[in-house]
Each structure stands twice: as C-alpha cells, then as structure tokens.
Design a protein around this ligand. Structure first.
Ligand code: SF4
Length: 144
C-alpha cells in the first residue's frame, strides 16, 4: 500500500495517545484540503502490512487510519485494518474518510470502532473537530 508515514501523535480528538497511519492519495477534491501533500497517489512510499504492524507504538491506545483517504486503497485498507484488529485487540481502531455514511462498505462498520465520515466543505468549517459541520463521527455501539 502507498503511505505517507506512520506517526505517533497526541491529538485532542482522540481519547488516548494515538498512532496515525497516513495513507497517500485522495481524489475527492475538497477545496482547502487539510493535507494537500497527501493527495497525489504516486507520493509517499510503498509499505507492507507487517511493516505497519511493527511501526505501531505499544503505548498508543488508538490506531488511526487517515490520509489522504484510506478507502481510496480499499483492499489494502481492509487487509491492514483486519490485521491490526488481530494484533492489537485492546486498541481502538479509527478511520478518517471523505466517504459519506450511506456509501461506506459494510466491512468498515464491522472493523472500525470510530469512523469520521464525509468530505471537508470549506463553507461549513467549524474551526474544531470534525472540521466541517457536514462530517459525522460515528461510534460503534452508539451509531451502529
Ligand atoms: S477527503 Fe480529506 S484528504 Fe481528501 S480532498 Fe477532502 S479533505 Fe483532502
């Protein structure tokens, strides 16, 4: 899979320290995209699943697949998410995607604990999280 990197993060949107896995590539075309360097599909580097598994910090309580849009590499995203679930059953698994909830594949709901859905729409910017008011934060046990 094509990734920009795997980075330990302390970001306020998470309930615990997180490791963020940045997928490279997105073609959703949101004006004022928050991560323009991650848009080209030929950027970043090629990573294997076990490479990502080994890059997850033990202390993180959250693993977040973000980008870019991980679902633009859907098969790789699914394979990685299933492996992470197997290797780190105690950690929360998050997904950040520009896809809307009604178009998410079923497997996404089965694998992830928290899903940030929807594209960024600049004229609906919140200045907080989620970044625009059309976006939703779906949580297992609350929304699905
Ligand atoms: S979905 Fe996210 S990464 Fe893709 S263009 Fe929109 S803001 Fe940028």
């Amino acid at each position: 899979m094509r990734l920009a990197g795997v980075v330990p993060e302390v970001v306020t949107c998470y309930p615990a320290m997180a490791t963020e896995v940045f997928f490279q590539g997105c073609d959703r075309g949101c004006k004022d995209c928050h991560n323009p360097s991650l848009l080209p599909f030929d950027g970043g580097e090629e990573w294997g699943i076990e490479q990502v598994v080994n890059a997850i910090d033990d202390w993180s309580g959250v693993i977040s697949l973000t980008g870019g849009d991980p679902l633009r590499q859907g098969a790789d995203c699914k394979a990685l998410a299933l492996r992470l679930r197997e290797c780190y059953p105690g950690k929360q698994l998050w997904l950040f995607t520009g896809e809307v909830p009604e178009r998410l594949p079923l497997w996404v709901y089965r694998v992830f604990d928290v899903i940030k859905t929807g594209p960024y729409i600049y004229y609906l910017a919140t200045g907080g999280f989620p970044a625009s008011s059309n976006q939703q934060l779906l949580q297992r046990g609350v929304h699905y």
